[in-house]
Design a protein around this ligand. Structure first.
Ligand code: FAD
Ligand code: SF4
Length: 511
Protein backbone atom coordinates (compact mmCIF):
# COMPACT_ATOMS: atom_id res chain seq x y z
CA UNK A 1 0.00 0.00 0.00
CA UNK A 2 1.30 3.49 -0.74
CA UNK A 3 -0.12 6.90 0.12
CA UNK A 4 0.31 10.25 -1.47
CA UNK A 5 0.76 12.16 1.78
CA UNK A 6 1.05 11.19 5.42
CA UNK A 7 0.42 13.48 8.41
CA UNK A 8 1.85 12.62 11.82
CA UNK A 9 -0.49 13.94 14.51
CA UNK A 10 0.98 14.38 17.97
CA UNK A 11 -0.82 13.76 21.26
CA UNK A 12 -1.31 17.50 21.83
CA UNK A 13 -2.55 18.15 18.29
CA UNK A 14 -6.01 16.60 18.50
CA UNK A 15 -7.85 19.36 16.60
CA UNK A 16 -9.94 18.77 13.51
CA UNK A 17 -8.71 22.07 12.06
CA UNK A 18 -5.04 21.24 12.62
CA UNK A 19 -3.09 22.88 9.75
CA UNK A 20 -1.39 19.63 8.71
CA UNK A 21 -4.80 17.92 8.49
CA UNK A 22 -6.29 20.79 6.53
CA UNK A 23 -3.47 20.46 4.00
CA UNK A 24 -4.38 16.83 3.30
CA UNK A 25 -7.24 15.09 1.54
CA UNK A 26 -9.07 12.26 3.37
CA UNK A 27 -9.77 10.56 0.03
CA UNK A 28 -6.11 10.11 -0.88
CA UNK A 29 -3.95 10.73 2.17
CA UNK A 30 -3.44 9.12 5.57
CA UNK A 31 -2.74 10.10 9.15
CA UNK A 32 -0.58 8.47 11.78
CA UNK A 33 -0.92 8.61 15.56
CA UNK A 34 1.51 6.72 17.79
CA UNK A 35 1.74 6.08 21.54
CA UNK A 36 5.48 5.84 22.20
CA UNK A 37 7.51 5.04 25.31
CA UNK A 38 9.93 7.94 24.73
CA UNK A 39 7.13 10.45 25.34
CA UNK A 40 5.99 8.80 28.56
CA UNK A 41 9.17 8.77 30.60
CA UNK A 42 11.50 11.67 29.79
CA UNK A 43 10.09 12.93 33.08
CA UNK A 44 7.93 10.67 35.30
CA UNK A 45 4.59 11.99 34.04
CA UNK A 46 1.61 11.71 36.35
CA UNK A 47 -0.30 8.53 35.38
CA UNK A 48 -3.48 10.59 34.80
CA UNK A 49 -1.66 12.74 32.26
CA UNK A 50 -0.54 9.68 30.29
CA UNK A 51 -4.06 8.26 30.49
CA UNK A 52 -5.60 11.52 29.29
CA UNK A 53 -3.35 11.79 26.25
CA UNK A 54 -3.60 8.15 25.17
CA UNK A 55 -7.36 8.04 25.66
CA UNK A 56 -7.89 11.35 23.84
CA UNK A 57 -5.64 10.12 21.00
CA UNK A 58 -7.63 6.89 20.66
CA UNK A 59 -10.92 8.79 20.64
CA UNK A 60 -9.58 11.27 18.11
CA UNK A 61 -8.44 8.44 15.83
CA UNK A 62 -11.96 6.99 15.96
CA UNK A 63 -13.49 10.39 15.19
CA UNK A 64 -11.17 10.85 12.21
CA UNK A 65 -12.12 7.42 10.85
CA UNK A 66 -15.77 8.38 11.16
CA UNK A 67 -14.96 11.45 9.08
CA UNK A 68 -13.52 9.24 6.36
CA UNK A 69 -9.82 9.43 7.13
CA UNK A 70 -7.46 6.48 6.77
CA UNK A 71 -5.86 6.36 10.22
CA UNK A 72 -2.83 4.31 11.24
CA UNK A 73 -2.74 4.00 15.02
CA UNK A 74 0.16 2.50 16.95
CA UNK A 75 -0.56 1.45 20.52
CA UNK A 76 2.08 1.47 23.24
CA UNK A 77 2.16 -2.31 23.46
CA UNK A 78 2.33 -2.92 19.70
CA UNK A 79 5.31 -5.29 19.28
CA UNK A 80 6.54 -3.37 16.24
CA UNK A 81 6.44 -0.03 18.06
CA UNK A 82 9.93 1.51 17.77
CA UNK A 83 9.35 3.49 20.98
CA UNK A 84 9.89 6.99 19.58
CA UNK A 85 8.04 9.41 17.30
CA UNK A 86 10.92 9.84 14.84
CA UNK A 87 11.17 6.02 14.75
CA UNK A 88 7.47 5.59 14.04
CA UNK A 89 7.44 8.34 11.43
CA UNK A 90 10.32 6.73 9.62
CA UNK A 91 8.81 3.24 9.84
CA UNK A 92 5.42 4.31 8.50
CA UNK A 93 6.69 6.73 5.86
CA UNK A 94 8.77 3.87 4.44
CA UNK A 95 6.06 1.23 4.77
CA UNK A 96 3.42 3.43 3.12
CA UNK A 97 5.91 4.84 0.59
CA UNK A 98 4.56 8.27 1.44
CA UNK A 99 5.44 10.85 -1.19
CA UNK A 100 5.19 13.64 1.40
CA UNK A 101 5.16 13.79 5.18
CA UNK A 102 3.33 16.66 6.89
CA UNK A 103 3.56 17.90 10.45
CA UNK A 104 2.23 20.88 12.38
CA UNK A 105 4.98 22.54 14.41
CA UNK A 106 5.47 20.86 17.78
CA UNK A 107 4.63 22.30 21.17
CA UNK A 108 7.98 21.22 22.59
CA UNK A 109 11.41 22.22 21.34
CA UNK A 110 12.82 18.82 22.37
CA UNK A 111 10.51 16.89 20.07
CA UNK A 112 10.68 19.32 17.17
CA UNK A 113 14.47 19.08 17.30
CA UNK A 114 14.31 15.27 17.23
CA UNK A 115 11.89 15.24 14.30
CA UNK A 116 13.90 17.80 12.36
CA UNK A 117 16.90 15.53 12.65
CA UNK A 118 15.18 12.32 11.60
CA UNK A 119 15.77 10.91 8.13
CA UNK A 120 12.34 11.80 6.77
CA UNK A 121 11.98 15.17 5.01
CA UNK A 122 9.00 16.93 6.62
CA UNK A 123 6.70 19.64 5.28
CA UNK A 124 6.04 21.82 8.33
CA UNK A 125 2.90 23.85 9.05
CA UNK A 126 2.64 26.77 11.47
CA UNK A 127 0.28 26.07 14.36
CA UNK A 128 -2.62 28.45 13.73
CA UNK A 129 -4.38 27.29 16.86
CA UNK A 130 -2.56 30.07 18.71
CA UNK A 131 -3.57 33.71 18.40
CA UNK A 132 0.04 34.86 18.01
CA UNK A 133 2.41 33.00 15.73
CA UNK A 134 6.03 32.34 16.69
CA UNK A 135 7.34 34.88 14.15
CA UNK A 136 4.76 37.48 15.08
CA UNK A 137 5.81 37.29 18.72
CA UNK A 138 9.48 37.57 17.79
CA UNK A 139 8.68 40.72 15.79
CA UNK A 140 6.78 42.22 18.70
CA UNK A 141 9.66 41.45 21.08
CA UNK A 142 12.42 42.69 18.78
CA UNK A 143 14.42 45.53 20.23
CA UNK A 144 12.76 45.36 23.66
CA UNK A 145 15.27 44.80 26.46
CA UNK A 146 12.65 43.60 28.87
CA UNK A 147 9.29 42.23 27.85
CA UNK A 148 6.05 43.02 29.65
CA UNK A 149 3.03 40.76 29.44
CA UNK A 150 0.68 43.68 29.92
CA UNK A 151 1.83 45.43 26.73
CA UNK A 152 1.74 42.20 24.72
CA UNK A 153 -1.76 41.55 26.04
CA UNK A 154 -2.97 44.96 24.84
CA UNK A 155 -1.65 44.12 21.38
CA UNK A 156 -3.61 40.87 21.44
CA UNK A 157 -6.75 42.68 22.56
CA UNK A 158 -6.38 45.09 19.64
CA UNK A 159 -5.64 42.21 17.26
CA UNK A 160 -8.64 40.12 18.28
CA UNK A 161 -10.99 43.01 19.07
CA UNK A 162 -11.98 41.20 22.26
CA UNK A 163 -13.61 43.51 24.82
CA UNK A 164 -12.73 46.53 22.69
CA UNK A 165 -14.84 49.58 21.92
CA UNK A 166 -15.21 50.75 18.35
CA UNK A 167 -12.79 53.63 18.98
CA UNK A 168 -9.93 51.33 19.96
CA UNK A 169 -10.30 51.81 23.73
CA UNK A 170 -10.82 48.90 26.12
CA UNK A 171 -14.33 48.14 27.34
CA UNK A 172 -14.82 49.48 30.86
CA UNK A 173 -12.15 52.13 30.43
CA UNK A 174 -9.24 49.99 31.63
CA UNK A 175 -7.21 47.12 30.18
CA UNK A 176 -6.97 45.21 33.40
CA UNK A 177 -9.25 44.72 36.41
CA UNK A 178 -6.87 42.58 38.44
CA UNK A 179 -7.17 44.77 41.51
CA UNK A 180 -10.75 43.43 41.87
CA UNK A 181 -9.58 39.83 41.54
CA UNK A 182 -7.83 39.28 44.84
CA UNK A 183 -10.57 38.33 47.26
CA UNK A 184 -10.18 35.54 49.78
CA UNK A 185 -13.04 33.03 49.88
CA UNK A 186 -15.71 34.01 52.43
CA UNK A 187 -16.97 31.10 54.57
CA UNK A 188 -20.49 31.26 53.11
CA UNK A 189 -19.33 31.06 49.47
CA UNK A 190 -19.25 27.51 48.14
CA UNK A 191 -17.42 26.31 45.04
CA UNK A 192 -19.63 24.71 42.38
CA UNK A 193 -19.76 20.94 41.89
CA UNK A 194 -17.08 19.63 39.57
CA UNK A 195 -18.09 18.31 36.16
CA UNK A 196 -16.94 14.69 35.99
CA UNK A 197 -16.66 12.43 32.97
CA UNK A 198 -16.94 8.68 33.61
CA UNK A 199 -14.53 6.42 31.76
CA UNK A 200 -15.97 4.67 28.68
CA UNK A 201 -14.61 1.38 27.29
CA UNK A 202 -11.70 3.07 25.47
CA UNK A 203 -10.66 5.01 28.56
CA UNK A 204 -10.98 1.95 30.77
CA UNK A 205 -8.64 0.05 28.49
CA UNK A 206 -6.15 2.91 28.64
CA UNK A 207 -6.46 3.15 32.42
CA UNK A 208 -5.63 -0.55 32.70
CA UNK A 209 -2.59 -0.11 30.44
CA UNK A 210 -1.37 2.90 32.41
CA UNK A 211 -1.94 1.14 35.74
CA UNK A 212 0.16 -1.77 34.53
CA UNK A 213 2.99 0.23 32.96
CA UNK A 214 3.25 3.41 35.03
CA UNK A 215 2.31 2.58 38.60
CA UNK A 216 5.87 3.55 39.63
CA UNK A 217 5.23 7.17 38.57
CA UNK A 218 4.05 9.56 41.30
CA UNK A 219 0.33 10.31 41.41
CA UNK A 220 -2.91 8.40 41.66
CA UNK A 221 -4.98 7.13 38.75
CA UNK A 222 -8.08 6.46 40.83
CA UNK A 223 -9.78 9.83 40.50
CA UNK A 224 -9.38 10.18 36.72
CA UNK A 225 -12.49 12.03 35.50
CA UNK A 226 -11.22 14.32 32.74
CA UNK A 227 -12.85 14.91 29.36
CA UNK A 228 -11.20 12.88 26.58
CA UNK A 229 -13.31 13.91 23.56
CA UNK A 230 -14.26 17.22 21.99
CA UNK A 231 -17.86 16.76 23.12
CA UNK A 232 -16.84 16.11 26.73
CA UNK A 233 -14.44 19.06 26.73
CA UNK A 234 -17.31 21.20 25.49
CA UNK A 235 -19.41 19.88 28.40
CA UNK A 236 -16.70 20.90 30.86
CA UNK A 237 -16.50 24.32 29.25
CA UNK A 238 -20.26 24.94 29.35
CA UNK A 239 -20.31 23.85 32.99
CA UNK A 240 -17.62 26.45 33.76
CA UNK A 241 -19.44 29.20 31.83
CA UNK A 242 -22.67 28.55 33.70
CA UNK A 243 -21.45 27.72 37.18
CA UNK A 244 -18.00 29.19 37.84
CA UNK A 245 -17.10 32.02 35.45
CA UNK A 246 -19.25 34.67 37.20
CA UNK A 247 -17.14 34.29 40.37
CA UNK A 248 -13.87 33.43 38.59
CA UNK A 249 -12.52 36.97 38.81
CA UNK A 250 -13.35 37.60 42.45
CA UNK A 251 -11.84 34.35 43.77
CA UNK A 252 -9.15 33.74 41.17
CA UNK A 253 -6.39 33.96 43.77
CA UNK A 254 -8.22 32.30 46.68
CA UNK A 255 -7.22 28.94 48.19
CA UNK A 256 -9.14 26.74 50.63
CA UNK A 257 -8.60 23.47 52.44
CA UNK A 258 -10.21 20.54 50.59
CA UNK A 259 -11.18 22.71 47.59
CA UNK A 260 -8.89 21.79 44.72
CA UNK A 261 -10.74 23.60 41.93
CA UNK A 262 -12.79 26.48 43.41
CA UNK A 263 -13.98 28.68 40.51
CA UNK A 264 -11.30 27.62 38.05
CA UNK A 265 -12.12 26.17 34.65
CA UNK A 266 -9.92 23.03 34.68
CA UNK A 267 -9.75 23.36 30.90
CA UNK A 268 -6.01 23.80 30.45
CA UNK A 269 -5.31 20.14 29.66
CA UNK A 270 -8.17 19.89 27.16
CA UNK A 271 -7.11 23.17 25.57
CA UNK A 272 -3.44 22.25 25.38
CA UNK A 273 -4.10 18.94 23.62
CA UNK A 274 -6.49 20.48 21.10
CA UNK A 275 -9.94 19.49 22.40
CA UNK A 276 -10.88 23.15 22.82
CA UNK A 277 -10.14 26.20 20.73
CA UNK A 278 -8.81 29.37 22.33
CA UNK A 279 -10.63 31.80 20.01
CA UNK A 280 -13.96 30.06 20.66
CA UNK A 281 -13.42 30.17 24.42
CA UNK A 282 -12.66 33.89 24.37
CA UNK A 283 -15.65 34.60 22.12
CA UNK A 284 -17.92 32.71 24.52
CA UNK A 285 -16.61 34.64 27.51
CA UNK A 286 -17.03 37.95 25.73
CA UNK A 287 -20.58 36.99 24.71
CA UNK A 288 -21.38 36.04 28.32
CA UNK A 289 -20.23 39.51 29.36
CA UNK A 290 -22.37 41.31 26.76
CA UNK A 291 -25.35 39.18 27.76
CA UNK A 292 -24.89 40.34 31.35
CA UNK A 293 -24.16 36.83 32.60
CA UNK A 294 -20.71 37.62 34.00
CA UNK A 295 -19.09 40.76 35.39
CA UNK A 296 -16.31 42.51 33.51
CA UNK A 297 -13.58 41.64 36.02
CA UNK A 298 -14.30 37.92 35.45
CA UNK A 299 -14.52 38.17 31.66
CA UNK A 300 -11.45 40.37 31.27
CA UNK A 301 -9.47 38.32 33.80
CA UNK A 302 -10.20 35.09 31.99
CA UNK A 303 -9.49 36.45 28.51
CA UNK A 304 -6.20 37.91 29.80
CA UNK A 305 -5.05 34.48 30.93
CA UNK A 306 -5.72 33.06 27.49
CA UNK A 307 -4.62 35.68 24.98
CA UNK A 308 -2.22 37.33 27.41
CA UNK A 309 -0.29 34.94 29.61
CA UNK A 310 -0.75 31.77 27.58
CA UNK A 311 0.39 33.30 24.30
CA UNK A 312 3.10 35.39 25.98
CA UNK A 313 4.84 32.43 27.61
CA UNK A 314 4.68 30.49 24.34
CA UNK A 315 6.29 33.37 22.48
CA UNK A 316 9.12 33.61 25.00
CA UNK A 317 9.67 29.87 24.89
CA UNK A 318 10.11 29.70 21.13
CA UNK A 319 12.28 32.80 21.00
CA UNK A 320 14.78 31.51 23.53
CA UNK A 321 14.88 27.76 23.44
CA UNK A 322 16.99 25.75 24.00
CA UNK A 323 19.20 28.07 26.07
CA UNK A 324 16.25 29.38 28.13
CA UNK A 325 15.96 26.03 29.91
CA UNK A 326 19.54 26.37 31.21
CA UNK A 327 19.08 29.72 32.92
CA UNK A 328 19.74 29.93 36.64
CA UNK A 329 20.16 33.61 37.52
CA UNK A 330 20.48 32.99 41.28
CA UNK A 331 22.88 30.08 40.82
CA UNK A 332 20.63 27.74 42.85
CA UNK A 333 21.99 24.25 43.51
CA UNK A 334 19.73 22.79 46.22
CA UNK A 335 17.93 19.58 45.14
CA UNK A 336 14.13 19.41 45.11
CA UNK A 337 12.96 18.15 48.54
CA UNK A 338 11.48 14.67 48.53
CA UNK A 339 8.17 15.93 49.95
CA UNK A 340 7.35 17.49 46.58
CA UNK A 341 6.74 13.92 45.41
CA UNK A 342 4.84 12.70 48.46
CA UNK A 343 3.11 15.71 50.02
CA UNK A 344 4.46 14.61 53.42
CA UNK A 345 5.20 17.91 55.13
CA UNK A 346 3.77 19.67 58.16
CA UNK A 347 3.26 22.85 56.12
CA UNK A 348 -0.48 22.74 55.48
CA UNK A 349 -0.36 24.91 52.37
CA UNK A 350 2.28 22.68 50.78
CA UNK A 351 0.60 19.41 51.76
CA UNK A 352 -2.70 20.68 50.33
CA UNK A 353 -1.21 21.87 47.04
CA UNK A 354 0.96 18.78 46.57
CA UNK A 355 -1.71 16.39 47.86
CA UNK A 356 -4.31 17.52 45.34
CA UNK A 357 -1.65 17.48 42.62
CA UNK A 358 -0.96 13.82 43.33
CA UNK A 359 -4.68 13.08 43.45
CA UNK A 360 -5.91 15.11 40.47
CA UNK A 361 -2.77 16.15 38.51
CA UNK A 362 -4.13 19.64 39.12
CA UNK A 363 -3.45 22.71 41.21
CA UNK A 364 -4.62 26.15 40.28
CA UNK A 365 -2.40 29.02 39.34
CA UNK A 366 -1.92 30.61 42.76
CA UNK A 367 -1.14 27.28 44.38
CA UNK A 368 1.52 26.67 41.72
CA UNK A 369 2.89 30.19 41.94
CA UNK A 370 2.57 31.26 45.55
CA UNK A 371 2.76 27.96 47.43
CA UNK A 372 4.90 25.27 45.77
CA UNK A 373 6.61 27.80 43.50
CA UNK A 374 7.20 30.39 46.19
CA UNK A 375 8.72 27.76 48.49
CA UNK A 376 11.08 26.53 45.75
CA UNK A 377 12.16 30.11 45.03
CA UNK A 378 12.74 31.00 48.67
CA UNK A 379 14.56 27.74 49.37
CA UNK A 380 16.89 28.17 46.39
CA UNK A 381 16.00 24.94 44.60
CA UNK A 382 17.77 24.23 41.33
CA UNK A 383 15.44 25.56 38.59
CA UNK A 384 15.80 22.56 36.27
CA UNK A 385 14.63 20.22 39.05
CA UNK A 386 11.66 22.46 39.80
CA UNK A 387 10.77 22.59 36.10
CA UNK A 388 10.98 18.83 35.76
CA UNK A 389 8.64 18.45 38.71
CA UNK A 390 6.01 20.78 37.25
CA UNK A 391 6.34 19.11 33.87
CA UNK A 392 5.80 15.69 35.43
CA UNK A 393 2.95 16.27 37.84
CA UNK A 394 0.41 18.45 36.04
CA UNK A 395 -2.13 17.16 33.58
CA UNK A 396 -1.74 20.27 31.42
CA UNK A 397 2.06 20.41 31.48
CA UNK A 398 3.83 20.81 28.16
CA UNK A 399 7.27 22.34 27.98
CA UNK A 400 6.22 25.46 26.01
CA UNK A 401 3.86 26.58 28.76
CA UNK A 402 5.31 24.93 31.86
CA UNK A 403 8.93 26.03 31.39
CA UNK A 404 8.49 29.83 31.13
CA UNK A 405 5.92 29.78 33.93
CA UNK A 406 8.24 27.84 36.21
CA UNK A 407 11.69 29.00 35.23
CA UNK A 408 10.71 32.60 34.48
CA UNK A 409 7.67 33.46 36.57
CA UNK A 410 8.28 31.28 39.63
CA UNK A 411 12.05 30.90 39.87
CA UNK A 412 13.04 34.27 38.34
CA UNK A 413 15.86 32.21 36.84
CA UNK A 414 15.85 34.28 33.63
CA UNK A 415 16.98 37.30 35.63
CA UNK A 416 13.69 39.15 35.23
CA UNK A 417 13.14 38.79 31.49
CA UNK A 418 9.60 37.37 31.72
CA UNK A 419 8.50 39.18 34.87
CA UNK A 420 9.81 42.36 36.43
CA UNK A 421 10.09 41.04 39.98
CA UNK A 422 10.18 37.67 41.71
CA UNK A 423 6.79 36.45 43.02
CA UNK A 424 8.18 35.98 46.52
CA UNK A 425 6.18 36.32 49.68
CA UNK A 426 6.13 35.40 53.33
CA UNK A 427 3.40 33.32 54.97
CA UNK A 428 1.29 36.48 55.22
CA UNK A 429 0.21 36.24 51.60
CA UNK A 430 -0.92 32.62 52.06
CA UNK A 431 -2.73 33.58 55.26
CA UNK A 432 -4.57 36.39 53.47
CA UNK A 433 -5.62 34.31 50.47
CA UNK A 434 -6.47 31.00 52.17
CA UNK A 435 -7.68 29.25 55.28
CA UNK A 436 -4.63 26.94 55.32
CA UNK A 437 -2.78 28.60 58.17
CA UNK A 438 -5.48 28.01 60.79
CA UNK A 439 -5.01 24.29 60.28
CA UNK A 440 -1.20 24.23 60.13
CA UNK A 441 1.41 22.85 62.53
CA UNK A 442 3.34 26.11 62.12
CA UNK A 443 2.37 29.57 63.32
CA UNK A 444 2.10 32.11 60.53
CA UNK A 445 2.38 34.97 63.02
CA UNK A 446 5.87 33.85 64.05
CA UNK A 447 9.09 34.17 62.09
CA UNK A 448 11.69 32.66 64.42
CA UNK A 449 11.58 29.62 66.65
CA UNK A 450 10.72 25.99 65.96
CA UNK A 451 7.00 26.65 65.43
CA UNK A 452 7.43 29.65 63.11
CA UNK A 453 6.04 29.44 59.60
CA UNK A 454 8.98 28.46 57.34
CA UNK A 455 7.87 30.89 54.62
CA UNK A 456 8.50 33.86 56.92
CA UNK A 457 12.19 33.46 57.66
CA UNK A 458 12.92 31.97 54.23
CA UNK A 459 11.39 35.07 52.62
CA UNK A 460 13.74 37.43 54.43
CA UNK A 461 16.68 35.05 53.99
CA UNK A 462 16.01 35.04 50.24
CA UNK A 463 15.93 38.85 50.12
CA UNK A 464 19.10 39.16 52.20
CA UNK A 465 21.09 36.60 50.23
CA UNK A 466 20.12 38.09 46.85
CA UNK A 467 20.42 41.73 47.81
CA UNK A 468 23.06 42.34 45.17
CA UNK A 469 20.75 41.21 42.32
CA UNK A 470 17.44 42.45 43.72
CA UNK A 471 18.30 45.48 45.86
CA UNK A 472 18.07 47.83 42.89
CA UNK A 473 14.68 46.53 41.71
CA UNK A 474 12.32 49.46 42.22
CA UNK A 475 9.37 47.12 42.76
CA UNK A 476 11.16 45.70 45.79
CA UNK A 477 12.25 49.07 47.14
CA UNK A 478 9.67 49.19 49.91
CA UNK A 479 10.45 45.64 51.00
CA UNK A 480 14.17 46.35 51.29
CA UNK A 481 13.45 49.57 53.18
CA UNK A 482 11.36 47.47 55.60
CA UNK A 483 14.27 45.08 56.02
CA UNK A 484 16.67 47.93 56.70
CA UNK A 485 14.43 49.32 59.41
CA UNK A 486 14.61 46.05 61.34
CA UNK A 487 17.04 45.89 64.23
CA UNK A 488 20.33 44.06 63.71
CA UNK A 489 19.19 41.42 66.21
CA UNK A 490 15.94 40.81 64.33
CA UNK A 491 17.75 40.47 61.04
CA UNK A 492 20.22 38.03 62.59
CA UNK A 493 17.37 36.00 64.06
CA UNK A 494 15.66 35.72 60.68
CA UNK A 495 18.90 34.78 58.99
CA UNK A 496 19.62 32.11 61.60
CA UNK A 497 16.13 30.60 61.30
CA UNK A 498 16.45 30.62 57.50
CA UNK A 499 19.82 28.85 57.75
CA UNK A 500 18.33 26.28 60.10
CA UNK A 501 15.44 25.52 57.73
CA UNK A 502 17.77 25.21 54.76
CA UNK A 503 20.04 22.91 56.77
CA UNK A 504 17.03 20.67 57.42
CA UNK A 505 16.35 20.54 53.70
CA UNK A 506 20.01 19.79 52.96
CA UNK A 507 19.85 16.91 55.44
CA UNK A 508 16.90 15.51 53.46
CA UNK A 509 14.41 16.23 56.25
CA UNK A 510 10.84 17.24 55.55
CA UNK A 511 9.73 20.49 57.15
P1 FAD B 1 -7.99 28.86 35.04
O1 FAD B 1 -7.47 29.46 36.29
O2 FAD B 1 -9.44 28.61 34.97
O3 FAD B 1 -7.48 29.81 33.85
C1 FAD B 1 -8.00 29.71 32.54
C2 FAD B 1 -6.97 29.39 31.52
O4 FAD B 1 -6.03 30.42 31.37
C3 FAD B 1 -6.14 28.16 31.80
O5 FAD B 1 -6.83 26.99 31.45
C4 FAD B 1 -4.92 28.38 30.94
O6 FAD B 1 -5.11 27.90 29.64
C5 FAD B 1 -4.79 29.88 30.91
N1 FAD B 1 -3.74 30.36 31.80
C6 FAD B 1 -3.88 30.94 33.00
N2 FAD B 1 -2.69 31.33 33.47
C7 FAD B 1 -1.78 30.96 32.58
C8 FAD B 1 -0.37 31.07 32.52
N3 FAD B 1 0.34 31.66 33.48
N4 FAD B 1 0.26 30.54 31.46
C9 FAD B 1 -0.43 29.94 30.48
N5 FAD B 1 -1.78 29.82 30.48
C10 FAD B 1 -2.44 30.33 31.51
N6 FAD B 1 -0.55 26.07 32.47
C11 FAD B 1 -0.59 25.09 31.57
O7 FAD B 1 -1.50 25.03 30.74
N7 FAD B 1 0.39 24.13 31.54
C12 FAD B 1 1.43 24.13 32.40
O8 FAD B 1 2.29 23.27 32.34
C13 FAD B 1 1.48 25.16 33.37
N8 FAD B 1 2.49 25.19 34.28
C14 FAD B 1 2.51 26.19 35.20
C15 FAD B 1 3.57 26.21 36.11
C16 FAD B 1 3.64 27.20 37.05
C17 FAD B 1 4.79 27.23 37.99
C18 FAD B 1 2.66 28.21 37.09
C19 FAD B 1 2.74 29.30 38.09
C20 FAD B 1 1.60 28.18 36.20
C21 FAD B 1 1.52 27.19 35.24
N9 FAD B 1 0.47 27.14 34.31
C22 FAD B 1 0.45 26.14 33.38
C23 FAD B 1 -0.54 28.20 34.25
C24 FAD B 1 -1.79 27.95 35.11
O9 FAD B 1 -1.42 27.62 36.41
C25 FAD B 1 -2.66 26.84 34.53
O10 FAD B 1 -2.93 27.10 33.17
C26 FAD B 1 -3.99 26.78 35.26
O11 FAD B 1 -3.77 26.57 36.64
C27 FAD B 1 -4.84 25.67 34.67
O12 FAD B 1 -6.03 25.49 35.38
P2 FAD B 1 -7.44 26.01 34.84
O13 FAD B 1 -7.68 25.48 33.48
O14 FAD B 1 -8.42 25.70 35.91
O15 FAD B 1 -7.15 27.55 34.73
FE1 SF4 C 1 1.82 27.59 55.00
FE2 SF4 C 1 3.05 28.97 56.92
FE3 SF4 C 1 0.42 29.09 56.68
FE4 SF4 C 1 1.57 26.86 57.52
S1 SF4 C 1 1.57 28.80 58.57
S2 SF4 C 1 -0.07 27.02 56.02
S3 SF4 C 1 3.45 26.85 56.34
S4 SF4 C 1 1.92 29.80 55.20
Amino acid sequence: MSVRRLALILGDQLSFDLPSLQALDPQQDAVLLAEVAAETDYVPHHPQKIALIFSAMRHFAEALRERGWCVHYVTLDDVQNSGSLPGELQRWATQLQAAEVHLTECGEWRLEDQLQHCDVPIIWHADHRFVCGRDEFAQWAEGRKQLRMEFFYREMRRKTGLLMNGDGTPVGGAWNFDAENRKALPKQVKAPMTARFPADAITQEVLALVAERFSHHYGSLASFDYPVTHAEAEGLWQHFLDCALPAFGDYQDAMAVGEPFLFHARISAALNIGLLDVRRLCADVEAAYWQGRVPLNAAEGFIRQLIGWREYVRGIYWMHMPEYAERNAFGNTRPLPEFYWTGKTRMKCMSQAIGQTLEHAYAHHIQRLMVTGNFALLAGIQPSQVCDWYLAVYMDAFDWVELPNTLGMVMHADGGYLGSKPYCSSGQYIKRMSNYCGDCAYKVTESVGEQACPFNALYWHFLMRHREQLGGNHRLGMVYRGLDKMSEAKQQGLWARGEQLLAHLDAGEAL
